[in-house]
Design a protein around this ligand. Sequence first.
Ligand code: DQA
Length: 146
Amino acid sequence: MSGLIQIINGPNLNLLGRRQPEIYGYETLDDVEADCAALAADLDLECAFYQSNYEGALIDCIHQAREKADGIIINPAAYTHTSVAILDALNAFEGPVIEVHISNVHKRESFRHHSYVSLRADGVIAGCGTEGYQYALRRMATLIKA
Ligand code: DQA
């Protein structure tokens, strides 16, 4: 088994580790990417990483994934709660999609309780800290094998 997983992070996640660490922890995005790359190798998967603070750039990345990726793991950050355009882009992707949130969005402000992306996601992981990306990768390995 082998496959390419596109891991996409949305706005402000470039500041991971320095931004509200009481909510998002102290691991940086580079740490998360290194952990994912190591686990992916064990799972016989490959990861491509992308982060942007711009909605259109995230959509372009999802479109490019149509050509090359077997699955998408996405933390759309604040766009989770607002972006029909990201939902539409994900709906045009054929492989499995897993949505990750570092914090437990359901325990937070009510505007974080609704996710457009969940209408498309095959799985949602929230509130497991940055470990959530690892859980998503393991689930992705199962989905791609199936
Ligand atoms: C987040 C939760 C969102 O509500 C927030 O806007 C983020 C990060 C998370 O990973 O917990 O930026 O997606």
